[in-house]
Write a protein of this length. Structure first.
Length: 198
């Protein structure tokens, strides 16, 4: 059988979010977007870039942050360091091997119950910016999100970027966050910096 575009699409099993992944991402957004940093953007429409960031970004940011921490000889109590950087090299290698061939997930509006949002494909977003069509649009908040990288039953990581555009796209904040299950609820625990400064 000739492999046409439609046949290819039908042959690829669509990825579905698990209930745990939905719970983690919505708990994160519910708390994060209420922070005072985003106060001036609360009246803007929220648009999620449809193609999820890869989980690999979360572990790469974790590794960058760990290397930066070590190179700067930052001082903290040993138990604090072990809480923040809790993965050893064997665990990291195993995680990277498991997600090496990750298929890009496409977010759906139904994935989000913590926010009201619209989806926008990455190519469409680039076209808006390149064609300068944004000048005719109201200010919007743009979210990039990774699927939760579930480490174990109580630890997961999410990579996140938020920005806004009207005449140009400006990133407001970006990081990887460790979500930890505490008293049966996923809460923000630690933040990892990717070393990119806008």
């Amino acid at each position: 059988m000739e492999l046409t575009e439609n046949n290819f699409k039908n042959s690829v099993k669509e990825i579905e979010l698990t209930n745990i992944e939905k719970e983690i991402i919505n708990e994160f957004l519910k708390v994060e977007l209420e922070k005072s940093l985003y106060k001036k953007y609360r009246d803007q429409e929220i648009v999620v870039i449809e193609e999820a960031l890869k989980k690999l970004q979360s572990i790469d940011t974790y590794l960058y942050s760990l290397t930066d921490w070590n190179s700067m000889n930052k001082i903290k109590k040993c138990e604090d360091i072990n809480n923040i950087y809790f993965l050893d090299s064997t665990q990291i290698k195993k995680i990277k091997n498991e997600i090496e061939n990750e298929i890009v997930y496409h977010w759906k509006e139904s994935d989000f119950n913590a926010i009201k949002t619209k989806m926008l494909k990455q190519d469409e977003f680039r076209k808006i910016i390149n064609d300068r069509l944004k000048e005719t649009l109201p200010m919007k908040s743009i979210l990039y999100l990774s699927l939760p990288l579930i480490i174990n039953h109580k630890n997961a990581m999410i990579s996140f970027e938020i920005g806004n555009f009207q005449w140009a796209y400006h990133s407001t904040n970006h990081f990887t966050v460790l979500m930890r299950k505490v008293n049966n609820k996923w809460v923000q625990n630690n933040f990892y910096d990717d070393g990119v400064y806008d």
